[in-house]
Write a protein that binds this ligand. Structure first.
Ligand code: SF4
Ligand code: SF4
Length: 82
Protein backbone atom coordinates (compact mmCIF):
# COMPACT_ATOMS: atom_id res chain seq x y z
CA UNK A 1 0.00 0.00 0.00
CA UNK A 2 1.20 3.48 -0.78
CA UNK A 3 1.88 5.69 2.24
CA UNK A 4 2.80 9.34 2.84
CA UNK A 5 6.45 8.26 3.11
CA UNK A 6 6.40 7.21 -0.54
CA UNK A 7 5.35 10.65 -1.72
CA UNK A 8 7.97 12.72 -3.52
CA UNK A 9 9.24 15.89 -1.87
CA UNK A 10 7.74 19.04 -3.36
CA UNK A 11 10.22 21.84 -4.03
CA UNK A 12 9.52 25.24 -2.47
CA UNK A 13 9.94 27.26 -5.65
CA UNK A 14 8.27 30.39 -6.99
CA UNK A 15 6.89 28.39 -9.90
CA UNK A 16 5.24 25.89 -7.56
CA UNK A 17 3.92 28.72 -5.39
CA UNK A 18 2.23 30.30 -8.40
CA UNK A 19 0.57 26.98 -9.23
CA UNK A 20 -0.48 26.50 -5.61
CA UNK A 21 -2.14 29.91 -5.46
CA UNK A 22 -4.65 28.77 -8.08
CA UNK A 23 -5.88 26.03 -5.76
CA UNK A 24 -5.09 26.82 -2.12
CA UNK A 25 -5.86 30.44 -2.90
CA UNK A 26 -9.47 29.71 -3.78
CA UNK A 27 -10.02 26.78 -1.41
CA UNK A 28 -12.80 27.14 1.20
CA UNK A 29 -10.54 25.76 3.91
CA UNK A 30 -7.93 28.41 3.11
CA UNK A 31 -10.46 31.23 3.05
CA UNK A 32 -12.43 29.99 6.06
CA UNK A 33 -9.32 29.78 8.23
CA UNK A 34 -7.57 32.82 6.68
CA UNK A 35 -4.52 30.63 6.04
CA UNK A 36 -2.87 33.06 3.64
CA UNK A 37 -2.41 35.43 6.59
CA UNK A 38 -0.21 33.07 8.61
CA UNK A 39 3.05 31.32 7.69
CA UNK A 40 3.72 29.48 5.51
CA UNK A 41 0.75 31.15 3.73
CA UNK A 42 0.57 28.59 0.88
CA UNK A 43 2.41 25.67 -0.73
CA UNK A 44 1.70 23.57 2.33
CA UNK A 45 2.72 20.34 0.59
CA UNK A 46 6.28 21.69 0.46
CA UNK A 47 6.41 23.95 3.50
CA UNK A 48 4.33 22.00 6.00
CA UNK A 49 1.07 22.72 7.76
CA UNK A 50 -0.25 26.13 8.61
CA UNK A 51 0.71 27.93 11.81
CA UNK A 52 -2.71 29.50 12.38
CA UNK A 53 -3.22 29.90 16.14
CA UNK A 54 -6.25 27.64 16.29
CA UNK A 55 -6.37 24.26 14.59
CA UNK A 56 -7.35 24.40 10.91
CA UNK A 57 -11.03 23.57 10.43
CA UNK A 58 -11.13 21.51 7.26
CA UNK A 59 -13.95 22.26 4.82
CA UNK A 60 -12.76 20.95 1.45
CA UNK A 61 -9.42 20.54 -0.29
CA UNK A 62 -8.62 21.51 -3.88
CA UNK A 63 -5.22 19.79 -3.88
CA UNK A 64 -6.35 16.73 -5.91
CA UNK A 65 -7.04 19.08 -8.85
CA UNK A 66 -3.58 20.68 -8.65
CA UNK A 67 -0.84 19.87 -11.19
CA UNK A 68 1.69 19.52 -8.39
CA UNK A 69 -0.48 16.95 -6.63
CA UNK A 70 -0.38 14.83 -9.79
CA UNK A 71 3.24 15.54 -10.71
CA UNK A 72 4.60 14.60 -7.28
CA UNK A 73 2.18 11.70 -6.83
CA UNK A 74 0.81 13.16 -3.62
CA UNK A 75 -2.00 11.54 -1.69
CA UNK A 76 -4.90 12.68 0.51
CA UNK A 77 -4.40 16.48 0.50
CA UNK A 78 -5.20 18.82 3.42
CA UNK A 79 -1.50 19.60 3.69
CA UNK A 80 -2.37 22.83 5.50
CA UNK A 81 -3.86 20.90 8.39
CA UNK A 82 -1.69 17.82 8.81
S1 SF4 B 1 -0.92 20.11 -3.85
FE1 SF4 B 1 -2.14 21.56 -2.61
S2 SF4 B 1 -0.66 22.54 -1.21
FE2 SF4 B 1 0.48 21.57 -2.88
S3 SF4 B 1 0.77 23.14 -4.42
FE3 SF4 B 1 -1.07 22.04 -5.00
S4 SF4 B 1 -2.76 23.17 -4.05
FE4 SF4 B 1 -0.87 23.83 -3.03
S1 SF4 C 1 -3.89 22.23 1.36
FE1 SF4 C 1 -5.89 21.68 0.51
S2 SF4 C 1 -7.33 22.22 2.18
FE2 SF4 C 1 -5.41 23.27 2.61
S3 SF4 C 1 -5.64 25.30 1.69
FE3 SF4 C 1 -4.62 23.99 0.17
S4 SF4 C 1 -6.28 23.20 -1.13
FE4 SF4 C 1 -7.18 23.98 0.77
Amino acid sequence: MKTMDDAKTVDDTRENLEICKKYCGSCPTCKGNKLSGSPPNALFCARGKSSVPSKVKTISCYCPACEIFTKYELIVGYFCAQ
